[in-house]
Write a protein that binds this ligand. Structure first.
Ligand code: EPZ
Length: 417
C-alpha cells in the first residue's frame, strides 16, 4: 500500500498549473454514450476516477483511446446495458450511465453505488425524476433494473432537493427524450454548465430558462464533436488554501477566477492577499489569519469539497471558527486525524468548532476520503517534522500529479511503497 511522506514546515512558492475537472469529465464521459460516433475530449485529468469511468464505458462496449490528457471514445459498437457493481462500487458517478443507457436503449441494469466515507449516497432523487420521464424501475439485489417501454417522454420535473448527480443524469436522459422536458430546482455547479455546453455543442437543444431551470427538447441523436473540459475548481481551491496555510506565494494558472469567486472572497476576508488576472490567481499568504464562520452549500455557496481544506487553514486563525457541513451527513472524518496533529476541533452533528492558533506537529495519518486526504497533506506541509499519510489511493482518485505539482513549489513530499 503506497504512502506519502511529507516534511514540514515549508512555504510554497512558485506557480501551479490546474488540471481538467474530474467532476466535469465524469458526466461528460457518461453523456458520450448518447453518441453513435466518435467523441474527442481534451484536458482530461489523469486520475483514478477517470480510469474507473473509462473501464465502465469499455465494459459497456465503448472503444476508448486515452493518451496524455486526450481521450477518444468510439461508441459506434457500444451495445451493452449492464453496469456492474465491481466498477460502480468504487466510484459513485457510475450511476450517471443510467440516464444515457435508458435514453439510447430504453433499458439498463446498473448497480447502485456503494455508500462511502462521507455518507450513504442514495440515488432516490435520480430514480424519482427518471420515473417522470416514463421509466419503470425495480431494485433487486443492489441493482437498478430500469426500462422505458415507450421510450423516454419529456415532462415537467422539479427536483425535491438540489442534487448534482441527479441533475446531470436527467439532463443527459432528457436530451434524447421525445418532446420537451423542464427541469427545475437544478444544481448549477460549473461542472453542470460544462456538461450542458458539451451537449449543446453536440447538437442537443438545451436552454437555461431561469437560474435553476432548464428547458430540454429531445433530439434524435447527437453528432460527433470535440470538446475541452473546464478546469478543476476544487483542485484550484485546494492549492489556494495550500498557499494560505503555508504563508506562501503561489500563482495558480489555467483557471477562470470568476468561477471560484466565493472561495476567493472568503480567502481575502480571512487575510490573504489575492490578485486576479484573466486565467491566473496570485495568492500571498499572511501570518495573521482571521477566524470566520463557514457553512457549505450548493453552488454558488462554499463547496463541501473544500470543507476539509479550509478547516486546516482555520486552525491557524487568531481565534475559534465554526464550520457547518450542510451537504453530506458524515464529512468530518478528517477531524480525528487533524486532532492527532495538534488541532483542537470538536464536532457535534454537522457542526465543527475549530480552535485557532494551532501549530501542527507531524504524525502518522490515515486518509479516509478524497478531500480529507488532501487536507492531511495541507496540515503536513505546515507541520513541524515528518508526517506519513496512509491509504493515499483516496487521493489518487481526484488529484493529478499532486506530489509533482507540490514539489515544484518547494514542498518536501515523496511517495513510498
Ligand atoms: C457530486 O456528488 C460530486 N461528485 C461530489 O464531489 C460533491 O461533493 C457533490 O456533488 C456536492 O457538490 C461528482 O461530481 C462526481 P449530490 P453527488 O447528488 O452528485 C443527497 C468529490 O470529492 N442525495 O449533489 O453524489 C446526497 O446524499 C465528490 O469530488 C440524495 O439524498 O452529490 C448528499 O447528501 C465528493 N439522493 C446531497 O444530496 C439522491 O438521489 C448532495 O448530493 C442524490 C443525492
Amino acid at each position: 500500500m503506497q504512502k506519502l511522506e511529507v516534511f514540514g514546515a515549508n512555504k510554497l512558492k512558485g506557480q501551479i498549473e490546474i488540471s481538467g475537472s474530474k467532476n466535469a469529465s465524469l458526466p461528460i464521459l457518461a453523456a458520450s454514450l448518447l453518441s453513435n460516433k466518435k467523441v474527442y475530449l481534451n484536458n482530461i485529468p489523469r486520475v483514478k476516477d477517470i480510469e474507473t469511468m473509462t473501464s465502465l464505458l469499455k465494459s459497456l462496449g465503448s472503444i476508448i483511446n486515452l493518451k496524455n490528457n486526450k481521450l477518444i471514445i468510439d461508441n459506434s459498437k457500444q451495445n451493452k446495458k449492464f453496469a456492474s457493481y465491481s466498477l460502480v462500487k468504487t466510484m459513485r458517478a457510475g450511476i450517471l450511465v443510467l440516464g444515457p443507457l435508458l435514453a439510447k436503449f430504453g433499458n439498463a441494469k446498473v448497480s447502485l453505488p456503494g455508500g462511502c466515507a462521507i455518507g450513504t449516497r442514495p440515488v432516490d432523487i435520480h430514480l424519482n425524476a427518471l420515473s417522470k420521464l416514463g421509466v419503470k424501475y425495480k431494485i433487486v439485489q443492489g441493482y437498478v433494473y430500469a426500462t422505458a417501454p415507450k421510450g423516454l417522454m419529456g415532462n415537467k420535473i422539479r427536483f425535491s432537493k438540489i442534487s448534482v448527480g441527479a441533475t446531470e443524469n436527467l439532463i443527459i436522459a432528457a436530451s434524447l427524450a421525445k418532446g420537451t422536458t423542464i427541469l427545475s430546482n437544478c444544481a448549477i455547479e460549473p461542472e453542470i454548465k460544462d456538461l450542458v455546453n458539451f451537449l449543446i455543442k453536440s447538437g442537443c437543444n438545451i436552454k437555461w430558462i431561469a437560474q435553476r431551470s432548464l428547458k430540454i427538447t429531445g433530439v434524435k441523436e447527437i453528432s460527433n464533436i470535440s470538446y475541452s473540459i473546464m478546469f478543476d475548481r476544487i483542485e484550484a481551491g485546494t492549492y489556494l488554501i495550500a498557499a494560505a496555510v503555508t504563508e506562501g506565494n503561489l500563482k495558480i494558472k489555467n483557471v477562470i477566477p470568476k468561477v471560484i469567486k466565493t472561495e476567493i472572497n472568503i480567502l481575502k476576508k480571512i487575510g490573504t492577499k489575492i490578485n486576479i488576472k484573466k486565467n491566473e490567481i496570485h495568492i500571498i499568504g499572511n501570518k495573521k489569519i482571521k477566524s470566520i464562520n463557514i457553512k457549505t452549500a450548493a453552488y454558488p455557496g462554499f463547496p463541501t469539497d473544500l470543507q476539509a481544506q479550509i478547516m486546516v487553514l482555520l486552525c491557524k486563525a487568531n481565534k475559534e471558527s465554526t464550520i457547518k457541513e450542510d451537504i453530506f451527513e458524515n464529512r468530518f472524518m478528517h477531524v480525528a486525524e487533524l486532532n492527532r496533529m495538534g488541532a483542537k476541533i470538536s464536532t457535534s452533528g454537522n457542526k465543527a468548532k475549530v480552535n485557532g492558533n494551532i501549530d501542527f506537529a507531524g504524525a502518522e495519518l490515515m486518509a479516509t476520503d478524497l478531500r480529507a486526504s488532501v487536507s492531511l497533506i495541507l496540515a503536513a506541509l505546515t507541520a513541524k517534522g515528518k508526517s506519513v499519510i496512509n491509504r493515499i489511493y483516496h487521493l489518487d482518485r481526484g488529484y493529478e500529479n499532486i506530489e509533482k505539482k507540490l514539489k515544484k513549489v518547494g514542498a518536501k513530499i515523496r511517495r513510498v511503497n
